[in-house]
Design a protein around this ligand. Sequence first.
Ligand code: ZN
Length: 212
Amino acid sequence: MLAESLAAAALICLDPGHGTAPAIGRQKEPIGPGSPITKIKDGGGAPGETEAVLAIARRTRALLLRRGYRVAMTQMGSTFRGGNIERAWVCNRRGAALMLRIHADGSSDASRRGASTLFPARRTGWTDDVYGRSRRAARAIQGSLVGATRARNLGLVEPSDLTGFNWADVPVVLVETGFMTNPIEGRLLRTSSYQWRVSRGLAAGVAAFTSP
Ligand SMILES: [Zn+2]
């Protein structure tokens, strides 16, 4: 019962990607605290990505609530008004046990398919405080996501230049749930049944991470 009540107290912050108005999306922001390097707030994502990942986030939220988690969302519609610094701060402010960013990939090569999970590269002063826990969450979530969907396993990726990672003060991962540009996977990602499968994988991964 103790593990269960601890899990019940955990807050998961879901961050479905994109959906920012272009006038805000094209603004630039530093990729980490004090960095001279800037990137745009939102490039818009792959075709159909915004709608698919929002639907997956809503389904994941329902499953997590059912499991007893508290859940915050950076956006409930496709209307996020800030950049990736603001997204991180939505989750930082709430002291989330995990910031789970949900995306889908795009490629000019239509044959590319599969799922991957990103977590922040270690950088002193930016991500060193959340590195270990983020890596552990990434392993758990990638495993359960691939298990639930049977998507091709593209493994873990450890980028150093993601603004939404470098400003996070809570453990953070970003799932690329599949390729919108692959004819088969892109069609699946737009269906309710496959969105539920992705969501079940994500919720099981969160549970594995928060109850070691
Ligand atoms: Zn994206």
